[in-house]
Design a protein around this ligand. Structure first.
Ligand code: MN
Length: 228
């Protein structure tokens, strides 16, 4: 037994549909991975290799949990995303092998303090406080690829208070799941328990206290949270 001088942090995990828990190591996120969203954020989607940022594992907010409106922001945005769960780690994973490293998938939200992110962009500063704040990563139940396969296409949609605000198809990703894993594993060694939020389609916008967000990824599942 290690002689810890403070209590060690708990292991963060995501419940699996049908039972069990997926333990989470790191949370990677892909930026600007749908062309129409890249354009709405003011960049050219055709010229950019994938880029990544991170959230702490304990920023995850399990399904149906309330999301407190975060401090220091007046512009909290939703970003509806497919989440990939890595079951087998590796470095320099080939695209052709990439799906073998995937344990499963979930629907998730990359909640963003857009005002802080925009200020950071303008000043060339890190995005962390715009992206990686407490409970900034709502996530639905995990589903194993052994049951659902690997969704390369299908509806990805978010409703706020019952009204559709984001709708697209997984096939519209600029970098698909295989390419994303291949690229990211060339930058860092992926490990079991890593999650990858794969980017959001167009239609990102602000939410207010009281708003109910209900997201769905066809063939994967749902994510639901209310801003409080
Ligand atoms: Mn995002």
């Amino acid at each position: 037994m290690a002689d810890y001088v403070i209590p060690p942090p708990p292991i963060v995990s995501v419940p699996v549909a049908g039972g069990g828990s997926f333990p989470v190591r790191r949370v990677f996120c892909v930026g600007r991975n749908y062309a129409a969203h890249a354009r709405e954020m003011g960049s050219d989607p055709d010229r950019e290799p994938p880029f990544f940022f991170m959230k702490p594992a304990d920023a995850l907010l399990l399904n149906d949990g309330d999301m407190p409106y975060p401090p220091k922001s007046k512009d909290l945005h939703h970003e509806m995303e497919l989440v990939v769960a890595i079951g087998e780690g590796g470095a320099n994973i080939a695209e052709a092998d990439a799906l073998r490293h995937v344990w499963g998938y979930a629907a998730g939200l990359d909640m963003t303090r857009r005002d802080l992110q925009n200020a950071a962009k303008k000043e060339g500063k890190p995005w962390d406080m715009g992206k990686g704040f407490d409970l900034s990563a709502p996530i639905g139940l995990m589903v194993p690829a052994s049951r659902i396969g690997h969704p390369g296409k299908g509806l990805i949609e978010l409703k706020v208070n019952g009204k559709v605000v984001q709708t697209s198809d997984l096939s519209m990703m600029i970098w698909n799941v295989q390419e994303t894993i291949a690229y990211l594993s060339g930058l860092v060694t992926l490990a079991p328990g890593d999650l990858i939020y794969t980017g959001t389609p167009e239609g990102v916008a602000a939410v207010q206290k009281g708003d109910l967000m209900e997201g769905v990824v066809e063939g994967v599942g749902t994510v639901t949270t209310r801003v409080v």
